[in-house]
Write a protein that binds this ligand. Structure first.
Ligand SMILES: [Zn+2]
Length: 225
């Protein structure tokens, strides 16, 4: 007797439909593929057959793309700039028309943050349970784009903040208006006025407590603390 394998969920039914559409598999071919794993309709799939069908779709997709890249004539370019991660994420394939713009925006964000495509895949997985961004539908792709844009903005904010402290550290002007040595947080006079714990905290690393220590020291020196 065959091992028991539970039926697939509604989300998985939706997902495999999205996957096969984005892989460009038409009804006839899909129907053949369903037969090849022993079902006549998607809803009949159990988990084991579902995984097998997914594997076959992805294999078909890879073969098709290999053929296509050998005779590439289309104007839409595949994505491959972000590291060498594009292939694993299926982004070496020319994108579907409706998602092309969003994917190119996502690519730009990933490039800006030096992140691989797998980061976007992980985001899709976390948000929708879809393994690859490539397999997301239009709405899901849009939401991944939004999430990445928020992340990029937050990161840019942090970098701007870090740039402020680095600039302060490098400058030869102390917060008191006097002069200090570049590379030191404060002039000797200001530094000496600080309570020991505040002075000691200034030896922390940037991104690891230095920013807070500097803020506290300046606040204390200007009488705010
Ligand atoms: Zn000073």
């Amino acid at each position: 007797m065959a091992n028991y394998s539970p039926k697939i969920t509604t989300a998985q039914i939706k997902m495999i439909q999205t996957v096969r559409r984005s892989a460009g598999i038409d009804d006839d071919v899909y129907s053949e593929m369903k037969k090849s794993v022993g079902v006549s309709s998607t809803t009949e799939l159990d988990q084991r057959r579902f995984q097998e069908l997914l594997r076959r779709i992805s294999k078909l997709q890879k073969n098709a793309s290999r053929r296509r890249s050998q005779q590439e004539t289309g104007s839409r370019q595949p994505y491959k700039k972000v590291h060498s991660s594009a292939y694993k994420s299926g982004m070496h394939l020319a994108p579907a028309e409706d998602k092309a713009l969003m994917l190119s925006k996502i690519e730009a964000i990933l490039t800006d943050l030096s992140l691989p495509w797998s980061y976007a895949d992980a985001t899709a997985k976390r948000m929708f349970g879809v393994d690859l961004l490539r397999w997301c539908d239009e709405t899901q792709t849009y939401k991944v784009l939004q999430a990445l844009a928020v992340y990029q903005k937050r990161k840019a904010g942090k970098m701007e903040e870090a740039a402020f402290y680095i600039k302060e550290l490098r400058s030869d002007g102390c917060q008191c208006g006097g002069r200090k040595k570049s590379g030191q947080s404060l002039c000797y006079g200001c530094y000496k006025k600080l309570p020991a714990d505040l002075a000691k905290a200034l030896w922390r690393k940037l991104g690891n407590g230095y920013e807070q220590a500097y803020d506290r020291a300046v606040a204390w020196l200007t009488g705010e603390e």
